[in-house]
Write a protein that binds this ligand. Structure first.
Ligand code: ADP
Ligand code: MG
Ligand code: ZN
Length: 518
């Protein structure tokens, strides 16, 4: 009765019969230089177990101290999420036995989180606004990274052995927990995704995390439950919530939407068949789009939370909190609207920019002097293609916004054609230097010098006397063929508009081209 196989209810039918509720817990790994309670570096990718010390390993007698920068980030995030910042909050020990915490407990916050009662306004693709209420945001330390070796799935089941890397253990995290979100109906998967997208965007704007979902610096646990649809006229909100499942560590926006949708269908199938939903954690599988059962959900009391005796409560001075409020960035949605109007982009153009994750790149390119339309063209065209081919983000391409602005200017000044500019950009991407350097080194430049162009035009006319005669006879359209021949002869470096003018001029002048027609 796993509901993992068999006839499943489709989404539409599920929606007719049930009302979905979701809640999301997002873990954000902070980009502080050091860990939450010790001075170990948080650098990613170091050899295993080299960034550890008695504190993060939990050796006897080692005493933790709180990372002030992490507290600052937690307060700034809380303020940006419209939360209240606690006058006093406390760390707590969450006790459990598993090799990913060598102390046998994780230091977290429990009943006294640093931020509570906030909200985040989320915009759906069609512009609909949804307010997601935030229950709390609390600080904690990350666990170590386990690698299960030898199995099919990378999970512990079926593995031959497991390795543990304590470098990650003790990295500062903020966990943001929503209140249950109800009443979204068939848009539930989309809202879940849009919420995490908006939260991620906020974290980026605050500059408190790398915010890379694929690398795990943002991880989402997605809780989903169904309850029966209320009878017509009755209040849906009066129907109690159903049992929830918690799909752990979903690591892309698309996967969030898929996981929620799948859980809705799976639970609906169970409930429609008279079975029950088991409260448990589940895992989402990217390849099949399904979730499978993990461990059955332990209750909070299993963790025997108690106040961390080695740390004082966190009591931020109100003046400090207010001074941090002054550092908050412009809310991302407002910034988007402002930039759209400054750049005169249409809704569709702006949506494409957002979908390509190119907003910041374009903003930086415009700030470096490019036209908004030019910046958009390069980042959504050639550069998006290059990033896609390499399987990386736009920001990770080896090209800076100022390079793109330089390229845009070379085109605007008529020194490069579009085609030449693409070759120049390829050079810059290949590490050959700035666009001007590449253009210089590769000898790429628009030839607009009349002397050189006239010679090329005459040669092309001479080589194609029949076309020359047609043009002379009034078939001006035939000039295109000569322009094409000149472009080819100059390897695309001629100024095409000037070439066309010259063709029409020369056809009536060039002695070799016969007498004028008029
Ligand atoms: P846990 O510690 O068990 O993960 P939390 O309180 O940290 O519990 O988070 C639970 C998340 O699940 C919250 O986002 C909450 O809004 C959401 N949630 C609680 N009950 C339900 C439910 N019946 N259906 C869907 N989501 C729920
Ligand atoms: Mg939780
Ligand atoms: Zn340490």
């Amino acid at each position: 009765m796993s509901g993992d196989q068999g006839e499943s209810l489709d989404f539409e039918t599920a929606m007719e019969r049930f009302d979905p509720v979701f809640g999301i817990e997002v873990h954000v790994e902070l980009n502080t230089a050091t860990k939450m309670f010790c001075g170990c570096a948080t650098t990613f990718g170091a050899p295993p177990n080299t960034h550890v010390c008695p504190v993060c390993l939990g050796l006897p007698g080692a005493m933790p101290t709180v990372n002030e920068k992490a507290i600052e980030s937690a307060i700034r995030l809380g303020l940006a999420l419209n939360c209240s910042v606690a006058r006093s909050s406390r760390f707590a020990r969450k006790n459990y036995f598993y090799p990913d915490v060598s102390k046998d407990y994780q230091i977290s916050q429990y009943d006294e989180p640093i931020d509570y009662d906030g909200y985040l306004d989320v915009e759906l693709a069609d512009g609909t606004a949804v307010r997601v209420d935030i229950e709390r945001a609390h600080m904690e330390e990350d666990a170590a990274k386990l690698s299960h070796v030898g199995g099919q799935t990378g999970r512990i089941h079926g593995a031959d052995y497991s390795l543990v890397d304590y470098n990650r253990g003790g990295t500062p995290l903020i966990e943001i927990v929503t209140k249950p979100v109800e009443g979204m109906g068939p848009r539930t998967p989309e809202v879940a995704r849009a919420y995490v997208a908006a939260l991620r965007e906020l974290v980026v704007a605050l500059g408190i995390s790398d915010a890379r979902m694929e690398q795990g610096s943002i991880r989402a646990d997605v809780n989903v439950s169904l309850r029966p649809r209320a009878k017509a006229g009755a209040d849906q909100r009066a129907v109690p919530f159903g049992k929830r499942t918690e799909t752990k560590n979903v690591n892309s926006l698309r996967a969030i939407e898929r996981a929620v949708r799948y859980e809705i269908e799976r639970q609906a199938t169970l409930l429609a068949g008279g079975e029950r939903v088991v409260q448990e954690t589940r895992h989402f599988h990217e390849d099949t789009g399904r979730t499978t059962a993990g461990r059955s959900k332990e209750e909070a009391e299993d963790s025997r939370y108690f106040p961390e005796p080695d740390l004082l409560p966190v009591v931020p001075a109100p003046e400090w909190v207010e001074s941090l409020r002054a550092t908050l960035p412009e809310p991302p949605a407002e910034r988007r609207r402002r930039l759209q109007s400054e750049w005169a982009f249409t809704e569709t153009e702006m949506r494409d920019v957002g979908a390509a994750g190119a907003l910041d790149a374009i903003a930086a390119t415009v700030a470096a002097g490019a036209s908004p339309a030019g910046a958009r063209k390069w980042w959504l065209g050639e550069l998006a293609r290059a990033a896609n081919e390499r399987g990386i983000e736009l920001a990770d391409l080896p090209v800076a916004p100022k390079d793109v602005a330089e390229l845009d200017k070379l085109v605007a000044d008529g020194r490069l054609t579009d085609k030449l500019a693409r070759q120049v950009l390829a050079g810059t991407l290949a590490g050959e230097g700035s666009p001007s350097a590449v253009a210089g080194a590769r000898g790429l430049a628009v030839v607009s010098d009349d002397g050189a162009l006239t010679a090329a035009v005459d040669a092309a006319l001479g080589a194609n006397p029949d076309i020359a005669a047609k043009i002379r006879g009034g078939k001006v359209a035939a000039a295109g063929a000569i322009v094409g021949a000149v472009m080819k002869a100059t390897r695309g470096q001629a100024d095409a508009a000037r070439v066309r003018e010259l063709v029409l001029e020369r056809v009536t002048q060039a002695p070799s081209a016969g007498p004028p027609s008029a």
